[in-house]
Design a protein around this ligand. Structure first.
Ligand SMILES: Cc1ncc(COP(=O)(O)O)c(C=O)c1O
Length: 379
């Protein structure tokens, strides 16, 4: 990545002053822009109350446009939600199920993408959970084998949270399309690192909170719904802001907005969305292609070093092109070491995490090769 000065970009992440922060798959630090945006909003609200409300409403729509740009969507099809779970719930609860239908998910999925579907049991919807192969991969053949005439929806993470396996959204989406199966993507572990264009990739729904690779705060997330689904989903969580004339408080007319705006039932998390906007601007200025290249460069470097060691530590994640992600899962021959390694790293200024009995390392584009080398010294 010769064309970017990644070292200069580190100034945007104050966290770099103290930590080698390699845990973006958990909760990310904020960019300086996100912090400043949030401060500006808080200062204004403190000094002026609602006097400048219009300015913040405009800002929310600007952030909506940034989010839409990130995924190649129409801003009207993007709703702000409080987290990934809320986005999944809107679709899981609103989907036009019939008793006897089934939904296919992954067995090793993060719980956010399991419970909303499992909760449909009472409505006669069967949940089919696909096991990963021993190398942490979800095999497309296994997924297809679970489909039948009553399969209505496939819901997967773009990137699996524990193994770091990146699902092939284009291939899976095409298979779903061909069978009339809807495709929901929990995008939280991929959005901000890898490019996505919903104009080309055949998915139907996407949700992600902003607190991981988007470098935003918790509680400010996105839900994207392909327009043709809007009228087919039973509207859930409808409120004053869901209707066409939302700002005319004296008129009651239940005419829902004909786009994703209907899911924003009431007042929004202005602080969070504003902050998310700061980080989105920064990422889009860099370019998501470049972010992806850099994250893969750093994670490849880590995997090479681990492979060279050839001892007690192995790379669990698939590093096959297309399947590799920003998450590197490392397995110790003795899993009891994992906790101590994570603690030891933290004591020495390096933030990583553990998942599924393995060490999980998740660098972002502003991290450095030197930081990865420093981490390696503690593994
Ligand atoms: C795949 C996946 N989905 C969702 C979440 C978080 O869900 P929420 O945004 O509802 O807190 C995580 C967090 O680790 C995750 O890894």
């Amino acid at each position: 990545m010769l064309d970017m000065d990644w070292t200069a970009l580190r100034a945007e992440l104050p966290v770099t002053e103290r930590w080698a922060y390699l845990d973006h798959a958990a909760v990310a630090p904020l960019t300086r822009r996100a912090l400043e945006a949030m401060r500006e909003w808080a200062d204004d609200l403190t000094a002026n109350g609602l006097v400048n409300e219009r300015r913040w409403l405009t800002r929310i729509d600007e952030v909506r446009s940034l989010a839409a740009r990130l995924i190649g969507a129409d801003p009207l099809d993007v709703a702000f939600v409080k987290n990934t779970s809320e986005g999944i719930g809107i679709v899981a609860e609103g989907f036009p199920w019939q008793s006897g239908d089934n939904v296919v998910i992954a067995e090793e999925e993060y719980p956010a993408n399991q419970y909303p579907w499992l909760n449909l049991g009472g409505r006669g919807v069967e949940v089919r959970r696909i096991a990963s192969r021993p190398d942490g991969r979800l095999w497309i053949d296994d997924i297809v084998a679970a489909f039948d005439a009553r399969t209505r929806l496939l819901s997967l993470s773009w990137v699996e949270f524990a193994s770091g396996f990146r699902n092939d959204l284009d291939a899976l989406g095409a298979l779903c399309r061909a069978r009339g199966i809807a495709f929901f993507v929990d995008a939280i572990q991929g959005l901000g690192v890898f490019p996505l264009d919903v104009g080309k990739t055949p998915i139907d729904f996407l949700a992600a909170d902003g607190h991981k690779w988007l470098l935003g705060p918790e509680g400010a997330g996105l839900l994207w719904v392909r327009r043709e689904w809007i009228e087919r989903l039973r509207p859930i969580d409808i409120g004053w802001n869901s209707v066409v004339g939302a700002r005319d408080f004296t008129k009651i007319d239940l005419q829902l907005k004909p786009h994703a705006g209907r899911y924003e039932s009431g007042s929004l998390n202005v602080a969070g969305i504003t902050a998310l906007g700061g980080s989105l601007e920064w990422l889009l200025e860099i370019g998501i292609d470049k972010v992806a290249g850099r994250v893969l460069e750093l994670t490849d470097h880590l995997c090479r070093r681990v492979a060279e060691r050839q001892a007690d530590l192995t790379v669990f994640s698939s590093r096959r092109p297309g399947a590799a992600s920003g998450i590197v899962s490392l397995a110790y021959a003795d899993p009891a070491r994992v906790g101590a390694v994570v603690r030891d790293c933290r004591a020495n200024g390096i933030i990583i995490n553990k998942r599924a009995g393995r060490v999980r390392v998740s660098p972002h584009c502003y991290n450095s090769v030197e930081e990865i080398d420093r981490l390696f010294g503690y593994l």
